[in-house]
Design a binder for this molecule. Sequence first.
Ligand code: HAM
Length: 435
Amino acid sequence: MPTFRAARGTRDLLPDATPIWTSLERLTADLATRYGYHRIETPMFEQVAVFERGVGEVTDIVEKELFRIAPRSEESEAWALRPEPTAGIVRAYVQHGMQTWPQPVKVYELGPMFRYDRPQAGRYRQFWQFDVEAIGDPGPAVDAEIVELGMRVLREAGLDGVEVLLNSIGDSVCWPAYLAMLTAYYRGHADQLPQLEKDRLDRNVLRLLDSKDPAMAPINAKAPRITDHLCDACADHFAGVRGHLDALELTYRLEPGLVRGLDYYTRTAFEFYVAGREGQQQALGGGGRYDGLVELLGGRPTPGIGLGIGLDRLVLALEEQGRANDGDGLPPTAVVVGADPDDTVSRLRIATTLRAGGIAARAELGRRKLGKQLEAAVRDGAHFAVIVGDELIEGDVQVKDLSAGTQKTVRLDDLPRELSRAHAAHHHGGPTASP
Ligand code: HAM
C-alpha cells in the first residue's frame, strides 16, 4: 500500500488542537456582529480574472501563488482557488447590485484561503482568514473603526503586545509622480536587483517595495517614501485616520515603508504584529483601503476598506505565549453507564433524552464491565455517571456525583432537570434557586 499523507503545506487539525480554533471562530463572529458586520460566504474558487484584476497580475499572489484549477474541456473559463477573500466579496457586491443597498455594506467572512507558496512555519498552502469589509464608505472614520476591530480581535483572543503599523500609500493622483521617482531610484541600483525585481521594475514598481527577497532590504530602506509625496486629499485623509485613532486612544506606529503585497490598496494600509516580531512572514493580519477595486471588477466607483487576520498565525502566536489552552474542549456533563454490559439500547436511549434536554452526555456503547465503564467516565472528566440497573423497570436510575462520590436514585423523567440543576450548582459552587 502507498502511504497517503496530507498535501504539503496543508495540515490536519486534530481534535486536541481544534478547541482554540472553535473559540476563535466564535470570538471573531461575535465581535464582527457587535460591530455591525454581517456574515457573507463567497465560493472558494472564482474566475481567475477576478484575482488577476483584483489582487493584480504582477503580484506574488497571482504570478507565483495562485492555485489554478485545470480547466475541464467543456468549460471555457479558467478558475482558481481563492488566495484571499476581498476580490470575491467585491465581485459579489457588484454581481448582486449591493451599491443600491444602504451604504456602507459591512460584511465578514471566515474560511480557508489557498496560496501556492513555499511552506514553512506560519506559511501554509491552505490557511484560514477572518476577514471584514466595509464597502461604500470613503472614511476616514471607518478606517479607524476597522483598525480598532482588528486590534480588539487579537487582544480578546488573549494575545499580548500586539502592535499596529500604519501607512498611507496614496492613490492614482499621487502615484504617477511618485512611481516615476521610485523607478528612477531602482534604475540607479539596477545591478543590485534580483532578477524577479528587475523584471517587475517596469511592470509594477510598487511591488519591489514589499519584495520577499532579503537582498532588497538595504535598497528598500533608502527608497523614496510615498508618505513624503501624498497629494493634499490623501494627506488630509491620512490625518483624519490618525485623528480618529488618537480619539480612540489606540496607539499605532507609523511605518512609511509599509505598502502591502496586493495591488488594490489605496491610501490607508496597516498590519498587525506581535511587537518585536515584524519579519516578512510574521504579520498576524493586515488590510487597507481599496477605493478603485469595485470599479476594477465592473461596478460604479465605490470606496472600500477591510482587513484580514490569519488564524493559523494567531494560533501560533497564542501558543508561543502559552495562551492557546483555553477553548471549548469541555468534558461531558454525564456519562451513561450500565450494570448489564449488553444493554446498549437503554444507555443510548437515556443519553439521547439527556442530549435532547440540552445536556452534554456520552453513552457507554461498548460492552465492558461496569467498573471499567465508571473508570472511563472519570477519565472523561464527566461530573456525573448515570448508572442504569435493575431499577430501570420502576423508571429509576442511579446518579453518581463523580467528584463528590455521592450517589442517589433519580426518576428517569426528572433526570434532565436534576442533572442541569446539579451541574449548575457545581459551576456556581452552591445550590441554585432557579428551576
Ligand atoms: P494578506 O496580508 O495577504 O491580506 O493576508 C492577511 C493575513 O493572512 C496575513 O497577515 C497572514 O496572517 C495570513 N496569511 C497570508 N498568507 C498566509 C499563508 N500562506 N499562511 C498562513 N497565513 C497567511 C489579505 O489577504 C487581504 N485580503 C486583507 C484585506 C481585506 N484587505 C482589505 N480587506
